[in-house]
Design a protein around this ligand. Structure first.
Ligand code: NAD
Length: 456
């Protein structure tokens, strides 16, 4: 298959590389020329485990190319995946201007039948607008289909998620589009190209009895599946955070409650970890966009407004915990462990660390920080307003409190006795419930966490 992927960010680059790994000929396009120039030199713009190797091997095999212009890529390809950003507007609505721009450019370059696929996360009915835009700009009157194929990969485990997904969803209006999309995914559906979670390696070996569910729906339902799924996961996080706040008042332990709940197979253990709340480039914007499109369509989806409100409040509650531990923040030095919105990524979009650091700075605190992968992104964001450190120990040295915001494994494995010795005040505020309160107390820390009881 000849495939074009427009937008070479987290989703576009990973999708393009994985399709190439499946044996297809893929052209990845991005309008940022510097990004394409770097990719052609083997410089990968994002941190994603395993991505560098796959880009390199597929380029060497001649299956993966990079382009700055949409036109040639569209002419070469049968299937065109749109994977550009759909960021939030100040109102919470999704900004679909990049989707519109690409639809127009694709239409102008179309010279024979194409399937144009929304891979970006878009509100329901976007497909109709894409179709209309292509129709108006497709002067040659070429036949085409618009399809939806939402992406469920998670940053940090993106390659494994793409090659070994729980399901593949497509929304189509014709059998022709459905057949072409099935062909794109056939090696993944059959798991003849898959991912071994133990070794974290791509495997090429047909597994007879394993098939990935391939769900074919109408375009609206497929678009909605993505918003409904992400909002449900965000809801689970907000739910357990609300339970955590209740636990603190009721004298219960949210970790124990979550274990007891999660073992019910109807509920499941995932996304029941209390903490500072969700962030990232997906959940915040997708829940807001889902709420806004619901309003547009005349349905007041109040539950989603509550999910957002609980998540916003969770950061405020955490900031209050820091204030309560330190009393006066002015001129205190606070160490931040973890800046990315979650472990195994350098992505800081909507990261809780941003709000937390800004609030502490507003009260006059000085910030030292470390993250295993997000330091460059953080430098762009905070410039010289914080002190950047090389490891957790440098952060802890002479700090008045240490605040853990992202649960990287590196922090789980750090020498806590050494951290204790380095701190000015032995205050540890754990925003991800990474440590055991009894162990922390034994070392001598004044330990604060979320929804758990601290031994006296
Ligand atoms: N990041 C995730 O974990 C994730 C997971 C699932 C779905 N999504 C969705 O996928 C979409 C893309 O997300 P992302 O995180 O990859 O975004 P991103 O910001 O990392 O990448 C988007 C890329 O598109 C490029 N672009 C914008 N306009 C363009 C144009 N006209 N022509 C060519 N390139 C253009 C940008 O330069 C950028 O490189 C969003 O809708 C997002 O909600 C993201």
């Amino acid at each position: 298959m000849k495939i074009a992927v427009i937008g070479t960010g987290y989703v576009g680059l990973v999708s393009g590389v994985c399709f190439a790994e499946c044996g297809h000929d893929v052209i990845c396009v991005d309008k940022v020329k510097a990004k394409i120039d770097n990719l052609l030199k083997g410089i990968i713009p994002i941190y994603e485990p395993g991505l560098n190797e796959l880009v390199e091997s597929n380029m060497r095999a001649g299956r993966l190319a990079f382009e700055n212009k949409i036109g040639p890529a569209v002419k070469e390809s049968e299937v065109i995946f749109i994977a550009v950003g759909t960021p939030p507007k100040p109102t919470g609505e999704a900004d679909l201007s990049y989707i519109e721009e690409v639809s127009r450019q694709v239409a102008l370059a179309m010279d024979r039948y194409k399937v144009v696929v929304e891979k970006s996360t878009v509100p329901v009915k976007t497909g109709e607008w894409v179709k209309r835009t292509i129709r108006f700009n497709n002067k040659a009157g070429v036949e085409f289909d618009v399809a939806s194929n939402p992406e469920f990969l998670r940053e940090g485990s993106a390659i494994g998620d793409f090659l070994k997904p729980d399901r593949i969803v497509i929304g189509v209006e014709s059998e022709r589009a459905s057949d072409l999309l099935r062909k794109c995914y056939q090696p993944i559906i059959d798991q003849s190209v898959s991912f071994d979670l133990e070794t974290q390696k791509v495997i090429h070996q047909a597994v007879q009895d394993t098939k990935v569910p391939f769900i074919v729906t109408d375009v609206h339902s497929s678009e909605l599946i993505k918003h409904a799924s992400n909002s449900f996961l965000a809801l689970k996080i907000s739910y357990i955070n609300a339970v955590a706040n209740f636990c603190e008042l009721a004298g219960a332990d949210v970790e124990q409650v979550a274990v007891g709940m999660g073992l019910d197979s109807r509920i499941g253990t995932q996304f029941l970890h209390a903490g500072v709340g969700y962030g990232g480039s997906c959940f915040p914007k997708d829940v807001s966009a889902f709420l806004e499109i619901s309003r547009d369509l005349g349905y007041d989806f109040k539950l989603l407004a509550d999910v957002i409100e609980i998540n916003t409040r969770q950061r405020e509650i955490f900031i209050r915990k820091i204030k309560n531990a330190l009393w006066i923040l002015k001129d205190k030095t606070i160490g931040i462990l973890g800046l990315s919105f979650k472990p195994n990524t350098d992505d800081m979009r909507e990261a809780p660390a941003i709000d937390i650091i800004k609030s502490l700075q507003l009260e006059g605190a000085k910030i030292k920080a470390y993250d295993p992968e997000a330091m460059d992104v953080a430098r762009e964001h905070f410039q010289d307003t914080i002190t950047y450190c090389n490891d957790p120990y440098e952060v802890a040295r002479n700090c008045d409190a240490l605040v853990l915001v992202t649960e990287w494994d590196e922090f789980l494995n750090m020498d806590l006795e050494r951290i204790y010795e380095l701190l000015h005040y032995p205050i540890f505020i754990d925003g991800r419930n990474l440590f055991n309160p009894v162990d922390m107390k034994k070392i001598g820390f004044e330990y604060h966490c979320i929804g758990r009881q601290i031994p006296r």
